[in-house]
Design a protein around this ligand. Sequence first.
Ligand code: PA5
Length: 422
Amino acid sequence: MVKLTLPDRWLEEDLPGWEAEKKTAADLLERVRAGEPKYHGSLGWLHTQSWAGDDALERLSALGAEIRSKAGILVLIGVGGSNNAARSVLQALKPQGMEVLYAGNSLSPHALNELLERIEGRQVFLNCIAKNFETLEPGVAFRVLRLWMERRYGTQEAARRILCTGTPGSSLEELCTRRGYAFLPFPTDIGGRYSALSNVGLLPMAAAGVEITRLVKGARGMEALLWEAPPEENPALLYAAFRDYLSRRGYRVELLSSFEPRLRWFYKWWEQLFAESEGKDGKGIFPVTGEFSEELHSLGQFIQDGFPMLFETFLTVAEPGAGDRLILPADRDTGDGFDYLEGMDLWQVNRTAFSATLQAHGERLPCAVLELPRLEEESLGALFYFFQFACYLSCRLAGVDPFDQPGVEAYKQRMFQGLGRP
Ligand code: PA5
């Protein structure tokens, strides 16, 4: 199970303030557990059974296997919440089922041309995911790629290789009906960034060979814990209270750091979840990420010595998995100065770098640690549920709506005007 450790020293500086913060969070948790009617239409993710029950998992696993049998490459079209969760799992676990390429997450012609070159001559399947089929990036990519599929396979076979995930009744569903593409519902009661444990995140994961039943098992374990644990032992409540407590004391930036580069895309998922949910009405904590040890050689200077606006959450992995060990070989008398490492496991060297960084940063800024037992399906499922739940609580403590994103409209309106959209 994921384990949270908070830096008591920093919280004890204003112990009555911390106790009051936890009490506020505990009262909120009670209201959340009772069900907040205002957010009813956005809470479909709160009970994993709703969109990731056993039947759904069986169906999605079978559909994933069918996709895998038809193609060597899955092109996943989507942006933000529509593809971040799947990409974070695929990049972390690197399953061997099929190659997944990403489109519709930028407007770069170079990126799309490069993708078209990479799929040339390969067997391809498309999954276009768009909740609101007005977003420009997936809209453009889907047009280019479905026409490429029709040229490549002919209309009938292309239709058998294209599957969309969208809002029932949307123009995307109409397009699917007209062209004969398969269509899966994007849950109407879940927003993009909370959709990891639904058709949106789980289908591409299943197609790529991730054991989605294990992933959802981890999420269910976390769900049970967060619904049952008393406030003092509830990690999501404590993390949300910790964030709010610090933000009210001027710590306006949270750095999520880890010493495992495979978590790079997980950072992006986390960043989107918190930035888009919490940054509104002039409030919120700005989420940034630290990819260590590399960025200790850049961000590290600012973290240790710069303007004190940061707090840090380390995401760490307790046990090595397959491919996580490497014993450093002997090469004596070369004078390279690294003989003292001979025979050490690089896993342990990396852990030592983590402990040293935690110690050094911990002297300067509040540092929490979130430890996963291993980097595997169960842990990632648990993390999705943990962060979604904690984000909901954090937003409510900050006094903002966790589920809307009015700020992203400003640039969109100007862009659509510039492009002459009717
Ligand atoms: O979390 C959200 O709601 C957003 O980040 C969306 O996922 C993102 O904007 C993509 O939206 P859509 O799938 O409607 O194109």
